[in-house]
Write a protein that binds this ligand. Structure first.
Ligand code: NI
Ligand code: MN
Length: 227
């Protein structure tokens, strides 16, 4: 069992093997996450899927204040290093690296990745995290892609954290297909309702998932679950 806490938009904190891994922190600029005290989030690792502001906003401050290890693609990791982040680990697509909580593979995403100051954020990606109790997929922002089938060929995915807000990423229909491609019935939703462009009807999405034999898990901001 691992614990998952939602901080709004695409930001999840995953606790596994006594380590806390924070994904794509966009918390202080998100009015919907105003109940979250950013200073109370104390990750050991900060994983960044791509360079967009709505995925990196709090990464520098949280990484520095916790002396956390920032993991992302090469361009993004170096961009943070130039901002004074001391502990960082650059990756690129198809590469895996073992950390003390498990093994991370940086996988393909179909999306753009410009950083907030206009710098190149390389090519957007997602993460597969394999740990001693299982394996999960954090897709980042992405379209549905057949490349996701490679993930089910290599890994047994317990749950997939997938964007469902449509417009900039997959919507629920494609997220259901993505769950099939990666080989899981459990979808944890992200990247929805934060902005008017990505507002969804959660009940409609849950019903669509259920009809497809999937379990769509949508957490309240600040809520934790064990999976
Ligand atoms: Ni994006
Ligand atoms: Mn985004």
């Amino acid at each position: 069992m691992i614990e998952l806490t939602y901080f709004g938009h695409s930001s999840y904190l995953v606790k596994v093997n006594q380590k806390s891994i924070l994904f794509d922190p966009f918390i202080s600029p998100n009015p919907k996450a105003s109940n979250i005290d950013v200073a109370s989030i104390k990750p050991d690792y900060v994983l960044i899927s791509h360079g967009h502001e709505d995925h990196v906003a709090d990464a520098e401050s949280i990484t520095k204040s916790n002396n956390a290890m920032l993991v992302s693609n090469y361009e993004i990791a170096v961009w943070f290093a130039e901002k004074g982040v001391e502990r960082y680990h650059p990756m690129n697509h198809g590469g895996s690296k073992t950390f003390d909580f498990g093994r991370v593979k940086y996988v393909h995403a179909v999306h753009s990745s410009t950083l907030p100051d206009g710098s190149s954020g390389g090519v957007a990606g997602g993460f597969v995290v394999k740990h001693d109790q299982g394996c999960f997929y954090y897709a980042g922002d992405t379209a549905l892609t057949y490349d996701m089938k490679l993930i089910s060929e290599e890994f047994k995915i317990d749950f997939a954290i997938l964007p469902i807000g449509d417009n900039f990423t997959m919507g629920i229909a494609d997220a259901i297909k993505a769950a099939d491609f990666v080989g899981t019935k459990k979808i944890v939703g992200m990247h929805y309702d934060t902005f008017p462009y990505i507002e969804i009807d959660s009940e409609v999405a849950k019903k669509a998932a259920k009809e497809a034999g999937k379990d769509l898990i949508l957490l309240n901001i600040g809520e934790s679950i064990r999976l």
